[in-house]
Write a protein that binds this ligand. Sequence first.
Ligand code: PLP
Length: 388
Amino acid sequence: MPLPATDRVLLGPGPSFIPPRVLRALSAPVLSHLDPDFLPLMDDVRALLQRVFRADSRSLTIAVSGTGTSAMEAAVANVVSEGMRGVVIVTGYFGDRLAQIFERYGARVRRIEVEWGRAVDPQRLRDELSREGADVVGMVHAETSTGVRNPVKELAAVAREKGALTIVDTVTSLGGHEVDLAGWNVDVAYSCAQKCIGAPSGVAPLAISGPARERLVRCRSFYLDVKLLEDYWVGRKYHHTMCSSLIYALREALLMVEEEGLEERYARHERHHRALVEGLTAMGLSLLPPEGERLWTLNTVRVPAGVDEAAIRRTLLTAYNIEIGAGLGPLAGRIWRVGLMGASSTPETVLQFLAALESALAVHGHRVPNGAGVAAAGAALRPSMAGA
Ligand SMILES: *Cc1c(COP(=O)(O)O)cnc(C)c1O
């Protein structure tokens, strides 16, 4: 099997494009996990993660060896134990996965189920916690299956008021939407490398607040035990053989996030999301979530009546080298998922996607106004192009 010969245009739910600088970092010589030249790079990653999460100085910020799901499991495994009362907000596929992991670690879980495509109303959490308390509340900030952003700031405030710890999934928001663990009083948060951060999957950011560090439970998993991981990251004691290449890449990607600036990065993701929405609207297409609940990083587009969802995705891939995602669960066949994350959130990806989508729709017999998507998105992008 030959290696890929072209740059696939990665506009799915992750992974996103990896900037050339990060690819070069990956090819630096391997160092061992306790090499004196390697340890300062891990310290850099801890400090960079603290800043991108906006966590305070009492927090522990590390990267778990594994994909986002490994950090998700680490978050739960160190905070949840047999018999604990858990409340999990389920607004889509990843909320459901979080609830399942709570259950595997023995929590008695009450789910707050929300229609797929809508954000949760914080009043529902307040009502649930007033009815019966909870030890831990789990929630997904950016629900990648539906394109919805949940109001974590408000939800975390309710949980804090009611004395529950919070676990927040920031896999599709960190580096693309505002995340402010200290400002929002979030206890535990996790993310991944391959969505809005711009490194390959395989190491996953995890943040544990000062108060949460006092309340860690005896972790049933050896590999994911935060105390053992801290002994390695901070105490320099062998636990597992960290992949140095992935740390180089994550560090480089986080440095790029910092050079761009968090506020500017959020603004870039918003700008390209808005241009995409203008283009889609001009083509007669619509998004699943209502305005105000939408992610900038992952756009869920309704498949028009009579159009074969999978056929369009296939044409985009084979004729235009563009990857987008399919709907999951109840949304299978009904939506496309278009990711504009990290280095994949650019003016050129927006225009390229809209042009290719118009053509793919035409190939399959669905006509839209000629060039309307590109024209509308181009007009939306123009103010930010002054001087370019
Ligand atoms: C992608 C994703 C995950 C899982 O991450 P992996 O890297 O695929 O393990 C978890 N939560 C959300 C919200 C995601 O989008």
